[in-house]
Ligand binder design. Structure first.
Ligand code: SF4
Length: 885
């Protein structure tokens, strides 16, 4: 009989509930959990495709030392011995942990306890530093604690939702769908999107403000000053619950109207319209994400936003408040356990002696760290210059995701001892590990995660542990035990860790700290297994409820008052003649982080199959770029080669490149290699969205596109990008110097038998060439080559991997690269759930489907997760506009 398990999606910070069904045959199905308060049954394209990411292909299944499989005991002894020896020789600050918002709270808790409590160093930081540390810093400055005041329901209850630095449609799709539904139910609701790009999120915007990169502080400072002069501030709230209003207002009002236009890049009328809307609307929620956080002024941006909400008293009441959207599934859980180098467990402060004393006593940890450790960028600098001699990296891929990523890779190469705990055997980071420890993946591990609205949910295992893979908390506890800290790490299950974590949160708390889940301090395994999603705080003796903070003050500074913060409006212009473009990095709809999971799904890879740069048509023209050309991007730190996507959604002078592609999926597309290691001075968060770069056309002698059953090995093209396809792979490529013998090249790269002769043709006039290799009726490889970017019906070509080619006409069509009239090319995938391509949508519009709903009724497109509805609307609108001309 099939079993159903309630768990939580492992991707973004929305934290959707998932029901996983394991059939008698072992097949897994997933659907949204209708009872989960984050998603009420919805899932986005990534969540819907989770079952496609569970195979054991490429999994790390056994511990390894220097590439040699070993028993756990040997691996753990090696880690403990090297860390202990390094600490004995060079002190506790000579070692570090670099962990992740992908860890479960229980893993995170043990990692933090081991490093800060028992090793005695603050050197544990996390990829959440790259995600939301500016929000943490902004919250702590304003509220005295890292508190998210509101909840998701506020987005539905608001009359004005401001989305700044957030491509909600692609990065938090289920929350976006909740907002879309709320706006449809209450059309008077207004949405303002503030983003240099016209992203898919702008599809529902009543006002899109294409702000200059990093112009946000100036805009919200201008708003703050406007609210004050128009007497829209709440004097009673300010007087009763805040301090610092006059100083912050004085700093906010330094720009006159002309300077504000200059700083924001917006028209006077746009600024005025936004200010009027905010002023006139009581129920306002301002949501922000990486466009705010990933900046040299990230913390000031957060505080400039919070200032406006404090000034109007619009905080902590239904439909009101500033709202930080976390990117990762458990960035919030990491914050709760103190996984950032400058925090202590349970939202306590490592710089406060009283807090340190409390944690020391609770843990029985005499060596507790007495100062903050190194934040991510500084941590890898210390690895590079030898101050850190042993590092343990867990559940993250810093060689792809850190700024100045090439320098991070060089640092790991030179580091005397690198331990990596991961689910995959080969990533850009695991290739530098001395010790590899196999971890459990989603569907195998047990624990909790906290989403952006402070809701704690269970992730539950429903698959057996593969090979020798073990939970991260277990690995850490075993190393702790071997380092001599046995009693403190004698956990038998994650429920024991969760109970301790809950106990610490309530320990001598009495309302002094925001994070308190003391109600769960006595939870046992049965209770843990039955735990339903709940929002914190939930102190001992209280029931689960929807919670908001600060409607009536009660801030966590010693005097109970919030602080207005004087935020500096200006960000230095760093463009130059050599590096004249502003590069923005971010996510795409159907991929996640460094693609270690989503890269396994053909469905998700079909939406966008290679790295790209969005560029405005005028900029493209000046660079001599045509659609689908390749572009070389360079900064003083590194270079990348990506495909040109020429679009008016992009502002002039600005470029956008996704952050996902690693060396496992592309030749040269680790875009963070171009990002300088420059950080916000308060939060230490890197500025990944405002990078000065140059751009030029990449000149290739030949371009190629291939579909193949086997994964190509040892690709030696200057440009290549690989994506999983149904029953095989799809490959984009370009070479500066064509190989002398393409057939021999195919045999080597695709490992084809010598006795299989290809069919094909070569056109000396056009330079086009086709090669197809068959094993009987089965296609093994089709390669299309041209002196220009290859024009071939790509999704149709991919489908050829799944059909028999016994019919010669099919073989001829394949070599020609053109589907027959009876098998039209669906075009690039738009709807991943129903595999609907752009050409099918265009055909439906021509057949009188004039709305997104009508397209959905005809093709199903957009009727499941809804993540593609904005794209469908764009296609419908484009077709109708073209028809009207
Ligand atoms: S919005 Fe999508 S990626 Fe995010 S938690 Fe929900 S299903 Fe997962």
């Amino acid at each position: 009989m099939a079993t159903e398990v309630k768990t939580t999606c492992p991707y973004c910070g929305v934290g959707c509930g998932v029901i996983a069904t394991v059939g008698d045959d072992g097949n897994v199905g997933v659907k949204g959990d209708p009872d989960h308060p984050a998603n009420f049954g919805r899932l986005c394209s990534k969540g819907s495709a989770l079952a496609e990411t569970l195979d054991l292909h490429d999994r790390l299944l056994y511990p390894e030392i220097d590439g040699r499989p070993v028993e756990w005991d040997e691996a753990l002894d090696r880690v403990a011995e090297r860390f202990s020896r390094t600490i004995a020789e060079y002190g506790p600050d000579s070692v570090a942990f670099y962990v992740s918002g992908q860890l479960l709270t229980e893993d995170y808790y043990v990692a933090n306890k081991l490093m800060k409590g028992f090793i005695g160093s603050g050197n544990i930081d996390t990829n959440s530093r790259l995600c939301m540390s500016s929000s943490v810093a902004g919250h702590r400055r304003a509220f005295g604690a890292d508190t998210v005041p509101g909840c998701y329901e506020d987005l539905e209850l608001a009359d004005l939702v401001v989305l700044t630095g957030s491509n909600l449609a692609w990065c938090h799709p289920v929350l976006y769908q909740r907002l879309v539904a709320a706006k449809a139910a209450r059309p008077q609701m207004r949405v303002v999107v503030i983003d240099p790009r016209r992203t898919m999120t702008a599809d529902i915007a009543d006002l899109h403000l294409a702000i200059r990169p990093d112009g946000d502080v100036a805009l919200f400072n201008g708003l703050f000053a406007h609210l004050a002069t128009s007497r829209a501030v709440d004097q009673d709230y300010i007087a009763a619950h805040t301090s610092g209003f006059a100083v912050a207002l004085s700093a906010a009002g330094t720009l006159d109207e002309t300077q504000l236009v200059e700083a924001t890049g917006l028209a006077r009328a746009e600024i005025a319209a936004f200010f009027r809307l905010f002023e006139a609307t009581e129920k306002v929620v301002t949501c922000y994400s990486q466009g705010v956080n990933q900046s040299v002024a990230g913390t000031d941006k957060v505080n400039a936003i919070i200032n406006c909400h404090l000034a109007t008293g619009r905080i902590g009441r239904p439909g009101m408040g500033p709202f930080s959207l976390t990117g990762q599934p458990n960035a919030m859980g990491g914050r709760e356990v103190g996984g950032l180098a400058n925090m202590l467990a349970a939202h306590m402060d490592i710089e406060k002696a009283g807090d340190r004393d409390q944690v020391r006593r609770f843990w029985g940890a005499p060596a507790l760290a007495s100062k903050p450790g190194l934040k991510a960028v500084d941590m890898f600098r210390a690895v590079a210059d030898g101050r850190i001699k042993a590092i343990w990296i867990m559940a993250t891929n810093p060689v792809v995701s850190m700024p100045d990523a090439d320098a991070v890779e060089a640092a790991l190469k030179a580091c005397p001892f690198v331990v990596v705990s991961d689910v995959l055997k080969l990533t850009d980071t695991t290739r530098h590990a001395h010790v590899l420890l196999p971890s459990l993946g989603w569907g195998e591990k047990d624990g909790t995660v906290t989403n952006s609205e402070r809701r704690i949910s269970r992730q539950r295992g429903f698959l057996p542990s593969p090979g020798e893979a073990r939970a991260d908390w277990w690995q850490l506890a075993e190393v702790g035990h071997r380092m001599g800290f046995s009693g403190a790490f004698a956990y038998a299950s994650p429920s024991e860790i969760f109970a301790e974590h809950a106990g610490l949160s309530g320990f001598e708390n009495n309302g002094r700290r925001d994070f308190d889940i003391g109600a769960h301090a006595s939870i046992d395994t049965a209770g843990y297994d039955a735990l339903t999603p709940f929002q914190w705080p939930q102190p001992r003796g209280t029931e689960s409820a929807t919670t908001r903070f600060f409607a009536d003050g009660g801030f966590y500074h010693p005097d109970g008052r919030a602080r207005f913060i004087a935020a500096a409006s200006g960000v230095a212009d760093h463009l130059s003649a050599a590096f004249p473009f502003t590069l923005n990095t971010g996510r795409v709809r159907d991929h996640w982080h460094t693609m270690t999971r989503t890269g396994k799904s053909p469905r998700l890879s079909a939406h966008i199959g290679e790295p790209f740069v969005e560029i405005h048509p005028r900029d493209a023209m000046e660079l001599g770029l045509s659609p689908a050309d390749l572009v070389v991007l360079e900064s003083p730190y590194g270079a990348a080669i990506v495909r040109a996507l020429i679009t008016e959604r992009q502002a002039r002078g600005n470029l956008f490149v996704p952050m996902h592609w690693s060396d496992q999926f592309a030749a040269k597309a680790r875009i963070d290699a171009l990002v300088p290691p420059i950080t916000d001075p308060v939060s230490g968060q890197p500025a990944s969205k405002n990078v000065a770069v140059s751009a030029r056309r990449f000149s290739a002698s030949a371009y190629g596109f291939a579909v193949s059953v086997g994964k190509p090995q040892g690709l030696d093209c200057t440009y290549w990008a690989l994506a999983k396809a149904k029953n095989g792979w799809r490959l984009e490529m370009a070479v500066e110097q064509a190989p002398e013998d393409w057939v021999a090249w195919c045999r080597r790269i695709f490992e084809l038998p010598d006795d299989i002769e290809p069919i094909g043709y070569s056109d000396g006039l056009s330079g086009n060439r086709r090669l197809a290799f068959f094993d009987g009726d089965r296609l093994l490889l089709a390669l299309y080559l041209a002196p220009e970017p290859v024009a071939v019906a790509r999704n149709w070509a991919v489908e050829q991997l799944s059909i028999s080619h016994g019919d010669l006409r099919l073989r001829f069509a394949l070599v020609a690269g053109r589907p027959g009239a009876d098998t039209p090319d669906p075009g690039a995938t738009v709807c991943s759930c129903f595999n609907v391509g752009v050409n099918q949508i265009v055909a439906a519009v021509r057949n009188d489907c004039r709305t997104v709903e009508a397209v959905g009724q005809t093709l199903n497109a957009g009727t499941n997760c809804g993540s593609c509805r904005a794209e469908i609307r764009g296609i419908v609108d484009g077709c109708l506009a073209a028809a009207a001309e």
